[in-house]
Design a protein. Structure first.
Length: 278
């Protein structure tokens, strides 16, 4: 995986590095229909953890059929009991239920991304109580490149291949989310970049995007080793995490803006209290 030559130590240096890479990546799409092209970002609190770029469902080292069976049971239970707890509009199809599951912490094959680099930076540096926190990481992904890799395996001519980020009603997306009782028969191998419906304020506030994984639990890590890979890692120095979090609050990025509900506001007040007593 490509990595920034220098460790990030401030919000300003991070934005500069992202802007430079964004301009470089964009050149590939400048001659085509690039109006909707934008890179994605993901923040992780431990730069060197073994489960990096892996969805929660796939982190246990268990057989794939067992993990897919567990997901099937979770999907059925979430849909059976979750409707009474939805405070905003009800999901209208299996995809919206699935996106909502991930946003409320249920293990799925979805890996969270955002098209806001400062949102990802916040997720990387915030909410770590350890006195010796590890270096954090922000990953930057070209989702069009990812789907170009996925669609290159379709048995169609190059002119017939779709381009860009998938939507849940695309035919190419359907094999990634079989119906609940058939979800153990997962076909695709590589992860797909897909846009969610903005069915909740959390999804919109976090500028959420997703990759949905197929059978390869290390799909993104494996793809990142390719010579043309457009997955990049920024290492965030542990010693600067608190300062960066403070600077992000100055930029309007905080717990209550990332989670625009009473739960997020309560966590923000709790964090303020902890800073004061420490």
């Amino acid at each position: 995986m490509q990595e920034a030559p220098k460790t990030i130590g401030s919000v300003a240096s991070f934005v500069d590095a992202v802007s430079e890479l964004r301009r470089k990546w964009r050149r590939k799409w400048e001659s085509g229909n690039d109006a909707e092209w934008i890179p994605w970002f993901r923040g992780e609190g431990d730069c060197d953890k073994t489960s990096r770029l892996c969805p929660v469902l796939y982190r246990p080292r268990r057989a794939m059929e067992d993990l897919l069976h567990e997901e099937q049971e979770l999907r059925l239970e979430f849909r059976r009991c979750g409707g009474q707890l939805v405070s905003e509009r009800q999901p209208v199809d299996k995809w919206e239920w699935y996106f909502l599951m991930r946003h409320y912490g249920v293990p799925t094959r979805l890996l969270d991304w955002t098209d806001g680099c400062l949102v990802a930076l916040y997720f990387a540096v915030a909410n770590h109580d350890s006195r010796k926190p590890p270096d954090a990481a922000v990953y930057m992904l070209d989702p069009w490149w990812l789907n170009e890799e996925v669609f290159s395996h379709l048995q169609v001519s190059e002119n017939e291949r779709p381009e860009g980020v998938a939507l849940s009603d695309w035919p190419q997306a359907q094999p990634y989310l079989p119906n609940e009782l058939d979800s153990e028969n997962l076909g695709p191998i590589l992860p797909l970049a897909i846009d969610p419906s903005h069915l909740s304020r959390r999804v919109a506030a976090q500028r959420s995007r997703f990759t949905i994984f197929g059978q390869n639990r290390n799909g993104l890590i494996n793809l990142s080793e390719k010579a043309n890979a457009k997955i990049y890692r920024f290492r965030i120095r542990a010693a600067t995490r608190r300062t960066i979090e403070t600077d992000l609050r100055t930029c309007g990025i905080s717990e209550s803006t990332i989670f625009p509900d009473l739960e997020g506001f309560g966590r923000e007040l709790h964090a303020i209290w902890k800073r004061r007593i420490n």
